[in-house]
Design a binder for this molecule. Sequence first.
Ligand code: OFO
Length: 167
Amino acid sequence: MLTKKLQDALNKQINREFFSEYLYLSMSAYLESIEMEGFANYFNIQAQEEHFHAMKMFNFVHDKGGRVILKPLGEPKANFKSVLEVIEEALEHERYITKSINELMDVAIKENDHSVKSFLEWYVDEQVEEEATMSKLIAKLKLINGEGLGLLTLDNELGQRKYTPEE
Ligand code: OFO
């Protein structure tokens, strides 16, 4: 069983994971619109990963005998100034998610639910990786001034990325 407080906090996080999926799809759509197909592919895969994060938590709430309540998703930003701005906003968003996961972990600790704490460890680790990946992309984009042949090469590289379902 989950306490009401913990169930509410998990439901809030499920909403944020689905919103992440929606935001990354919106970023992917913008990138398609400026012919950056590799970056668009990259964010399409990010969106699929976020869907997985949301469903993993959705299923966990049920496994714990809890009730999932889905709430509306906000409207994701649709237009950006550049590829660099997209990645910078994605990093900003991941930092917000990290903070949100940490706060959720605080609730699990206060409610003394060890199974939820153990479950959330996966998300804590995942956030380190997600922030690092975005930071590296920003560094690369800055190296090539976000334009020219460098940008096309990076776009081509990101176009090779394939979705590998996580555990
Ligand atoms: Fe990109 O983060 Fe989910 O958890």
